[in-house]
Design a binder for this molecule. Structure first.
Ligand code: ADP
Ligand code: ADP
Ligand code: ZN
Length: 217
């Protein structure tokens, strides 16, 4: 399966994308994670991307597209993939389409997680991430068993710099202007499935699996 997780920051793309990847046994490719890792390791990519992430702006298409297409050529993507956070602009979507076409492959579908903006601010400002393994929590909706510590690896939980309220509001605006047009883009291609995502994590997941024909019989 070749799936795209679409939706505003905080909609649950990372949460659902991770669950789907485990269930479908395909890699979960999250561009935000790739950039944050590069910044942490201070690689060339990290140096180029850092200021955009801090401001909540999009990293330029020219940088993002190269990274993603290179990743999609790795052998683990032969059985499929879940893209999370990419594409975020029409130009990125076109580059992906061109690449897949060249490879003789097609997208299975695009999963749009739909949530009202008020819910998003609450989700993003309450989000906590494991410094060690990247697992995501929420201070109220999905608290870890031990405060400040990851259930999976014991790593320290932290708040992303760009999850502070001011930057969150800006990221939501950037989403409206640059990423929202992708709904139409994929709708026109008959690939879009919309899921109401302001409900419990397990419910959203069950609805997606059902739609993929992987629901409980
Ligand atoms: P995205 O990758 O779209 O930015 P995340 O998956 O990181 O979103 O989720 C944002 C925050 O909201 C996280 O703290 C996560 O634990 C929480 N969250 C995700 N899905 C739900 C849900 N269905 N209900 C409540 N909280 C959720
Ligand atoms: P969220 O899960 O909250 O939507 P991400 O972790 O996906 O946020 O992205 C964090 C930041 O990484 C973005 O604000 C942007 O700076 C950068 N980024 C991630 N994916 C892309 C992309 N496809 N194009 C441009 N910038 C990106
Ligand atoms: Zn962890």
């Amino acid at each position: 399966m070749r799936l795209i997780m679409l939706g505003p920051p905080g909609a649950g793309k990372g949460t659902q994308g991770g669950m789907l990847a485990r269930a479908l046994q395909v890699p979960h490719i999250a561009t935000g994670d790739i950039f944050r890792q590069a910044v942490k390791e201070a690689t060339e990519l990290g140096r180029r991307a850092k200021s955009y992430l801090e401001k909540g702006e999009l990293v330029p298409d020219g940088i993002v597209v190269g990274i993603v297409l290179e990743r999609l050529q790795k052998s683990d993507c032969e059985k499929g993939f879940i893209l999370d956070g990419f594409p975020r602009t029409v130009q990125q979507a076109e580059a992906l389409e061109g690449f897949l076409h060249q490879e003789g492959k097609e997208l299975t579908g695009v999963i749009l997680l739909d949530v009202d903006p008020e819910v998003l601010v609450e989700r993003l400002t309450g989000r906590r991430v494991c410094r060690q393994c990247g697992a995501t929590y929420h201070i109220r909706n999905m608290p870890p068993q031990r405060e400040g510590r990851c259930d999976k690896c014991g790593g320290e939980l932290y708040q992303r710099e760009d999850d502070r309220e001011e930057t969150v509001r800006h990221r939501l605006q950037v989403h409206e202007s640059q990423t929202r047009p992708l709904r139409d883009y994929y709708e026109k291609r008959g690939l879009l499935s919309v899921f109401a995502a302001a409900r419990p994590i397990e419910e959203v997941f069950a609805a997606i699996m059902e739609q993929l024909g992987r629901g409980r019989q």
